[in-house]
Design a protein around this ligand. Structure first.
Ligand code: MF3
Ligand code: CO
Ligand code: CO
Length: 268
């Protein structure tokens, strides 16, 4: 098995799929308020993707494990101690929650994948806000390692170093992934590791960087629904995700949109 190198036509088509995914996050952001349920957010995103974007929500009925249960909804909604793959439900969000919304859109034969963690209301604690900000910085520090000749391990190392410097931990059971015509492809993009290890990056590779950072220990447990991962110690977890392409000189973030969060100052 090997890592696909995409040509410029394929990268152009990926630009559109990825932009659409990011625009879903822009669309849904104003609805992320105390009192809304994650099922309502799911329905709003589903209708926007299908009716406005004329695209398909990749998670819906996604079944990577032939013995597992297909994913039942169109987006993932992971609240507070939920790490990823939170399944939408009818419980209202509370003032002070944090919630990751993970959107994947399939259009013209290609998938675009992106997520953000949102603050719900005006009562999010300064500790939770700091976790969210450091997680965002971790993603960008990983992205900044993307250029031909660098190694996948350089990305994981940059992320792990920043998380641990802030006394947080990196979830190891889930990783970024190659993406394109396939939702989850090679390579696995670990969010921890050692410099100069793993595959060498080449122009045309497309993958996600999507660190999950815990306030407490890194260990996870699974909810009874078979999908949702939760921190074992019930501490908060945050995540951000971009899809990036390796260019001749560095990287291009494909999941861009008008209202994406401000890029940290250290990103040149
Ligand atoms: N979007 C997630 C990722 O970043 C995958 C979700 S799979 C689902 O890879 F089935 F849970 F939706
Ligand atoms: Co992903
Ligand atoms: Co995703």
């Amino acid at each position: 098995m090997s890592i696909i190198i995409h040509n410029s036509d394929e990268i152009n088509t990926m630009r559109e799929s990825c932009r659409l995914a990011a625009e879903v996050l822009d669309f849904i952001a104003p609805y992320v308020k105390p009192g809304v349920t994650t099922l309502e957010l799911d329905k709003l995103c589903h209708d926007y993707i299908v009716n406005e974007q004329k695209a398909y929500p990749s998670p819906l009925n996604y079944q990577p494990d032939p013995n597992g249960r297909p994913y039942p909804n169109s987006i993932c909604t992971s609240v507070n101690s939920e790490i990823c793959h939170g399944i939408p439900n009818d419980k209202p969000l509370k003032n002070g929650d944090i919630i990751n919304l993970d959107i994947t859109v399939y259009k013209n034969g290609f998938h675009g994948d992106t997520s953000r963690t949102f603050l719900v209301g005006d009562k999010v604690t300064s500790h939770a806000k700091r976790l969210v900000q450091v997680t965002y910085e971790c993603m960008w520090l990983g992205i900044m390692q993307v250029k031909p000749g660098n190694y996948l391990g350089d990305i994981g190392h940059a992320i792990q170093t920043h998380a641990e410097k802030n006394a947080y931990s990196v979830v190891e059971e889930f990783c970024g992934h190659g993406i394109g015509r396939t939702f989850h492809a090679e390579p696995q993009v670990l969010h921890y590791g050692k410099p100069k290890t793993g595959p060498k990056l080449q122009a045309g590779m497309i993958f996600t960087i999507e660190p999950m950072i815990n306030q407490g220990k890194r260990h996870i447990r699974f909810a009874n629904n078979g999908w949702t991962a939760i921190t074992k110690d019930r501490s908060l977890s945050a995540q951000f995700e971009h899809t990036v392409v390796v260019t001749d000189t560095g990287y291009e973030v494909l999941t861009v949109s008008p209202n994406m969060p401000q890029i940290p100052d250290f990103v040149k």
